[in-house]
Design a protein around this ligand. Structure first.
Ligand SMILES: [Cu+2]
Length: 641
């Protein structure tokens, strides 16, 4: 671990920076008010900007007119206040209630207008911010015109509430149009940076994403008044003054149902079946640049302050490299797991991964710096003209010796002489937990295969997933015969209805998934309801190599490179049906999903909210339309859902 400069991390004195912060907030409020009055509350994204400079206003929202589209139908940027978090760490345990409306609107994050699916009219959606001992009550309203939806809370355990996991085909069948579902849960042992997103076909690719930030809590009771044990302290993690969310994703100019249909067709998106759709650009806190234009998200921060940046890749395919020019990153957390900190120049986030880094605004000259969210092309099977992978935001704080020269949009990342990017093999959890001995071990293969009817589908072993019609596996658990099919049989894998690969354990077991990725592509695998240990990995197939049980890294999303193996270990103590799937949108919708069925008899006793069963019976997306997890696509001019 290298350390630039000898100065250890200390939070800056809070008084001075707080005054500056209030001044900035006041300025931002005046700007927002002026814009709101000027535009009649129709704050729209620019569609016709020719500016390539860092021109967005202090609150992060664009100051442009709403172009040729109906302004009231346009997606807006939620502004800096959505990403620069209030300090709620000392709030008492409480119930926090939110309403999220999923809607279809026109938007242009990178100046290219297209139909989007968004939450509460903004992209990204509102940041949900809570402490570990809080209860969240979230009313999700489906304001779409044709399609059902479901919202998943990535990385949460949903202990005793597996039916609120928000996963189409497993914990629910989707919220029908004009209906709602209230998700109601606590965090248990979870804290950290994570995100929520639609878990219904490829909907999140079109914009149904937002940050979900959970602070650890030292409270000894929870929001329900129950006694809880505070998490063990992690003294390695430095104190910080304020938190900043950075949510980044690769960005497509065509609505995902159309792209998905092309991907699954014999011709593929580019003439080769199986080539993953390549994005046109990317976004960083809702802004992207394309074809030489686009707004930059402005991180207008206070000088001499210690910030915890919470980085999220909410994308669909690409890895993203994050860095800030001239500001080294002190990496402290990965997917909500505190790690032994280390200095890095940049971090690569696979789809659905998160990293937390400490950034100090302590330079004395300059004043503006590039914040980089570079879309990496290592997953791309083909290139497209005009593609812009170089996505940026701007960091600004006041310095004694400002440089008045404008930032150069063509400048390369200057890097650091003595600091490298993160090597994920060096990640070590700060709270050491040794993995217990496995009681079951299962070889699992991952592959893409062409089927007899010319579909190119993804398989776990010999099963390619698709959601069931008018039922999901959690509603099926309310059927005694379905539960008995597991409880009366030995533990292990079964296939239900040809498409549901279900790995069942009736008791609390320690399970190894020995995964061989036989595919030429990399896959970021996500296990719902668990934080598995990464016991080992390597090239080729698993052939009995020794596994590391001593404080292995544990995280909910792990990239398995092409033609390689990984061993994941988890304990089956969280009763319920849990998805284990590739988080590349196109791959999950090709069937790369299996289910982990922990203690089905216990899970059945949790019951399931009647509304979920009723919404399944409503068959929200209509029989065949839901096959292959697809969405109804309404073709017309312009192309919309
Ligand atoms: Cu994949």
């Amino acid at each position: 671990m290298s350390s630039p400069g000898a100065e250890p991390f200390k939070p800056a004195a809070r008084g001075g920076s707080r005054l500056l912060r209030w001044v900035l907030v006041l300025i931002a409020a005046v700007v927002v008010l002026a814009l709101a009055l000027g535009l009649g509350l129709g704050l729209g994204l620019k569609h016709n900007s020719s500016s390539s400079s860092a021109s967005s206003s202090a609150d992060g929202s664009s100051s442009g007119s709403s172009g040729s589209d109906n302004g009231s139908q346009n997606v807006t940027n939620p502004g800096l206040q959505n990403f620069l978090l209030k300090d709620i760490r000392n709030d008492p345990p409480q119930v926090r209630e939110y309403t999220l409306v999923v809607q279809e609107m026109m938007g242009a994050p990178d100046m290219v207008s297209r139909p989007m699916l968004v939450v509460n009219g903004t992209y990204p959606g509102p940041t949900l911010h809570a402490n570990q001992n809080d209860r969240l009550i979230i009313h999700v309203i489906n304001g779409l015109t044709d399609n059902a939806t479901a919202i998943h809370w990535h990385g949460l355990y949903q202990n005793s509430t597996p039916f609120y996991d928000g996963t189409n085909g497993i914990s629910q069948c989707g919220i029908p149009v004009n209906q709602s579902l209230t998700y109601n849960y606590t965090f248990g042992e979870f804290s950290g940076s994570t995100w929520y997103h639609a878990h219904y076909s490829t909907q999140y690719t079109d914009g149904v994403v937002g940050a979900l930030i959970v602070n650890p809590s030292n409270a000894t009771t929870n929001a329900d008044g129950q006694a809880v044990t505070p998490p063990a302290p992690t003294p390695q993690i430095p104190a910080y003054d304020q938190e900043v969310v950075v949510i980044m994703q690769d960005w497509y100019h065509t609505p995902s149902p159309i792209v998905l249909a092309e991907f699954l067709s014999p011709e593929g998106v580019d003439g080769t079946q199986g080539d993953e759709p390549t994005p046109e650009s990317g976004t960083l806190n809702g802004f992207g640049q394309f074809n030489g234009i686009g707004d930059y998200f402005n991180f207008t921060l206070a000088a001499n302050t210690t910030y915890r940046f919470r980085l999220i890749n909410s994308g669909s395919l690409a890895n993203i490299r994050f860095s800030i020019d001239e500001h080294p990153l002190y990496l402290i957390s990965a997917d909500g797991v505190d790690i032994v900190p280390q200095w890095v120049a940049g971090v690569e986030l696979s789809v659905a991964q998160r990293y937390d880094v400490i950034v100090r605004t302590n330079l004395t000259s300059g004043g503006t710096w590039w914040v980089r969210g570079e879309i990496l092309d290592d997953m791309f099977a083909y290139s497209i003209p005009d593609q812009n992978l170089d996505q940026r935001g701007v960091l600004t704080y006041s310095v004694p010796f400002p440089n008045t020269t404008a930032l150069d949009p063509g400048s390369a990342d200057p890097g650091f002489p003595d600091i490298d990017d993160l090597d994920t093999s060096t990640l070590v959890p700060a709270q050491a937990i040794d993995a217990p001995n496995a009681t079951y071990r299962y070889p699992v293969t991952v592959s893409f295969q062409e089927t007899q009817d010319d579909q190119y589908l993804a398989f776990f072993n010999t099963t390619s997933w698709e959601p069931l019609d008018q039922e999901c596996t959690m509603t099926l658990l309310q059927t005694p015969s379905f539960v008995q099919s597991f409880t009366s049989a030995p533990d292990g894998p079964t296939v239900y209805a040809d498409s549901q690969l279900i790995l069942t354990h009736n008791g609390i077991e320690v399970v190894d998934l020995l995964i061989d990725n036989l595919d030429e592509g990399d896959h970021p695998f996500h296990m719902h309801g668990h934080r598995p240990w990464i016991m080992g990995s390597g090239d080729g197939r698993y052939q009995g190599q020794a596994l590391n049980q001593t404080n292995p890294m544990r995280r909910d999303t792990h990239l398995i490179p092409h033609y390689s193996w990984v061993a994941l270990r988890f304990v089956t103590d969280n009763a319920g049906m849990w998805a284990f799937h590739c988080h590349i949108s196109w791959h999950m919708s090709s069937g790369l999903l299996m289910q982990i069925n922990n203690r089905p008899a216990m899970a059945a006793t949790y019951g399931i909210p009647a509304v979920i069963t009723q919404q399944c019976a409503a068959d929200p997306s209509g029989g065949e339309a839901r096959k292959r997890d697809g969405l109804k696509v309404r073709m017309g001019a312009p192309v919309r859902w």
